[in-house]
Design a protein around this ligand. Sequence first.
Ligand code: SF4
Length: 594
Amino acid sequence: MSANSDVVSRVIERRKSDPTQLLQMLREIQEELDWIAPETARELAAGLGVPITRIQSVVQFHSFLYDKPRGRYRVLFSDNITDRMLGNAALVDHMLKRLKLRRGQVSADGAVSVDLTSCTGMCDQGPAMLVNNFAITRLTLRRIDEICDLTRIGAPLREWPAEFFRVEDQIRRRETLLTSLEPGVALDAAIARGRQGMMDEMKRSHLRGRGGAGFPTGTKFEGARNAPGAQRYIVCNADEGEPGTFKDRVLLNSFSTRVLEGMTIASYVVGATKGFIYLRGEYRHLHEQLQRDIDVMRASGRLGTSIRGASGFDFDIEIHMGAGGYICGEGTAMIESLEGKPGRPRVRPPSMVEVGYLGKPTVVDNVETLAHCTEIAIEGGASFAKRGTKTSTGTKLISISGDCERPGVYEYQFGVTIGRILEDCGARATTAVQIGGASGVLVTPDEFSRRIAFEDIPTAGAFMIFGPDQDLFDAARNFAHFFAHESCGFCTPCRVGTAIQRNIMDKIAEGRGSRYEVNDLMRLADFMKKNSHCGLGETAGNAVRDTLNKFRPAFERRLHARDFVPAIDLETALEPARRITGRDDADAHLVTEA
Ligand code: SF4
């Protein structure tokens, strides 16, 4: 048996030959072998008794899995617009020059490969990179030099300076959620209320999903509880991939008691016995610590059977790590990924609360939403609902980055104005704020009195600030690239639309665009919104459209020609088609006589 075969066998055994664990197996194999070679994929397929195409499709779907050789040190620079604003382009160039590499190339000795990736959730302490999925923050030219030296001598990652991997919470403002919770208190409070009593409190709280869509959580819980079948699941969506969002990172790092007990309370209400935390691959650094927290919970009777002594209250949690795929944050795509398939959104209906993980009723909720369940268990729904506004109750975590003095995580009651947030974080002469990430909205100073609330500006929490020196065209172009990269390719309007949008933005950036193409961008945004299968495609044109509406001169000054100038004479080129079809009417000509 080869060394590679040995790794594959061990991983299959550890994961109990369960094909739903395919993504976890691939991740673990790659951590040892650096990439998924064809023979490795074949051995895995044979060991699991699944077609090789299933292995290949999952590998090709995830940007952190490789079916071609990569370096033993796989360097991925975070390339969100906030990393750009902090100068990541110069750092990438510097590293490539030092290592004599091109982007995506593997060094001759097989040691290093360097490439870009989407936002890594470190916007408050960038520029950032991932090395074998572990985040390194606050990059400087000096730190890049040190990293190059470490890769040259082949130092294992565990021997690199701990300082490199320091990820700080940067909590700047707290209300009720970002406070410590004594283990077991929220669970006891929920048990004391009883399953129906806790459900009633959830509905009384008017808690709405913090992922951005704002679906009433109590209604979701009730739907799953009432769906037919004995087995139910809770999925904690910790795949916060929206560019500019990093507040779940803080909850998972420092308030895991709230998150894990929140999941357990959800299971109590819904009647679920199994839960998953779908942790984004970029948060690899949190994996071991979260696993330890789960183990401690189990050992102290807060997970497992008869939780806190309550007969029939059985629940356990498993961590499922993602491997680079923004679309896996979409609920049904996440379920597909949990089942060991490529994370492509499902057709709805049926809803996940009826037919979710393995066809069973499933609640998928955001980290922050589930953490709020601990507050509701302790203080009751009516008390919770006193915070915020009538239709947006409770508090909201905001991830602030970009041009301000104090980036980080801020907790506010819903209804806070944008102006107040800008003041608190030390933003000066702000020209625009991108709220809700790449798929969100761009607001300008005349809108700074607007409020963060589902009834005004809903957001999952990203708040990227642009000062007077920023060119908003660059931000829109960065987002256009993001969507083209992250489209899962399932439906044509999004797959082709995001690619065209990216290409037009590049053409304009290169000074080859015309006003015709600028107008095309607006049509494209509208088309993708109306015809895409899921939220990614529906919102993929938002940033470009908003920027065009509010910062049109940023596009206009780059234009090569005001009007579309075709490279060929289209009217003449259509002549053979007119002859063949026997048409010569006005509609068969591009130009009609005045
Ligand atoms: Fe995939 Fe985009 Fe279609 Fe969503 S809209 S299913 S991401 S191609």
